[in-house]
Design a protein around this ligand. Structure first.
Ligand code: ZN
Length: 415
């Protein structure tokens, strides 16, 4: 049985213009044909969906989420959640968050570190078709140096966490970290190569992993045919990371000219995560929330981020949308703001949509993100034109979500 989406207006994720009057044919969860209206010959049991006024676009991709975390902004509450919720609870809640992303049109996600195997478990249960959900790639535990960005200090010495992240020191331990994540079913490797620093605000970033550690991770990942994503902040160490072969630069507040040129040459992705940076400014400066040095850092990084984005757009770097949902912001409901910020940074609405579709799909390396034959039938029907106003994506009532050719509706109603 075929399903046909008969659409007047299609943003296919590739073309710069709206594609008109096509029938998107769906068979076995995939787009099997795209036919002009006049050439379409219906067969008996076709199910035809007619969309005359709506805009069709590919399901979107959020390449930077944390399904194990709720996004609660207060740091102490954030830490308490991690301490109090068992893995099973985190996974059940994370699955709910994944559905929340999907109801806002984000049908593919990349999880960037979750305790235990929480995100891997969510992914597996969806892939085994036991539960309905988005396509997920997961890194398992992020690899971090001891006391580094993801292995934060500040706990009592009697407190001991296991499997929150994977602390490694020295090239050999990083190699082991890569192997351990792959053994657990990770799809890619997440590291923290350089990080923010408030020690001396003249240098608001610093390298965290040594060159040898960076090279060891990239070498081992390459041998296993998986990609490396890295949390970065700024400075020349991003160049070292790109040279070593990382696939995506996350955050990257301060990108130097040399780094950008190298990223262009090596097709490295940039995931600017503008929303999480801007999100800090949704809150008044609150002494309990952040100290003055951190506040200054946020302002410096904000300035730098817009400049880096401008340079990256000019240099045609592949840019994908990642929100950091779960960290400082909720899952799904604010995702559209990442696209809005990309337009504020110089992209057209069409370019921002491509960042959230075509380039997100390319970054994940799976058949999503465009409306083309052979792609998964992850298709959105938008009640309105997002090329005129991205904000239309802020209301899930404006979005009908087809996942693998089926209409998805998140309901937990009791009847
Ligand atoms: Zn993150």
């Amino acid at each position: 049985m075929r399903k046909i989406i008969k659409a007047k207006n299609i943003i296919n994720g590739i073309a710069d213009e709206v594609v008109k009057d096509k029938c998107i044919v769906i068979e076995n969860g995939l787009i099997s044909e795209i036919i002009n209206f006049e050439n379409f010959k219906p067969i008996d049991d076709d199910i035809i969906f007619n969309y005359e006024n709506e805009f069709i676009m590919p399901g979107m991709v959020d390449v930077h989420v944390h399904l194990a975390f709720s996004g609660i902004p207060d740091n102490r509450s954030f830490r308490a959640e991690s301490a109090e919720l068992d893995y099973g609870e985190q996974a059940l809640r994370g699955y709910e968050f994944a559905l929340e992303h999907m109801s806002y049109g984000f049908t593919s996600l990349r999880d960037m570190n979750a305790p235990g195997k929480v995100a891997i478990n969510i992914k597996n249960i969806i892939n085994k078709k036991k539960l309905v959900g988005p396509n997920i790639l997961a890194c398992g535990l992020g690899l971090s140096v001891t006391g580094g960005h993801m292995d934060q200090p500040g706990w009592g010495s009697h407190v001991n966490f296991t499997n929150m992240t994977y602390p490694c020191d020295g090239p050999n331990e990083f190699v082991k970290g890569v192997r351990a994540q792959l053994k657990d079913g990770a799809d890619f490797i997440k590291t923290n190569m350089c990080v923010s620093s408030t020690y001396n605000l003249e240098y608001p970033y610093r390298q965290e992993m040594s060159n040898e550690e960076i090279e060891a991770v990239c070498r081992e990942a390459k041998m296993n045919n998986v990609k490396v994503a890295s949390h970065t902040s700024g400075g020349p160490s991003i160049t070292i990371a790109v040279k070593s072969g990382i696939h995506s630069v996350e955050h990257g507040h301060w990108l130097e000219e040399e780094t950008i040129n190298l990223m262009a040459e090596k097709n490295t992705f940039y995931v600017p995560t503008l929303l999480v940076n801007e999100r800090n400014f949704d809150f008044e400066q609150d002494k309990n929330f952040t100290n003055s040095k951190n506040w200054k850092w946020l302002q410096l990084s904000r300035e730098a981020k817009w400049l880096s984005l401008e340079k990256a757009i000019k240099s045609n770097i592949q840019i994908a949308t990642g929100t950091d949902a779960g960290f400082m912001l909720p899952h799904g409901s604010m995702n559209y703001r990442e696209l809005e910020y990309l337009t504020k940074g110089g992209m057209s609405n069409m370019q921002a949509i491509k960042a959230a579709t075509q380039f997100g799909g390319k970054l994940l390396g799976i058949n999503v993100g465009t409306i083309e034959v052979g792609q998964k039938a992850d298709v959105l029907v938008i009640k309105g034109n997002p090329l005129n106003d991205i904000k239309i994506l802020s209301d899930k009532e404006n979005i009908i979500v087809f996942k693998d050719g089926f209409i998805f509706k998140k309901t937990h109603k009791m009847h």
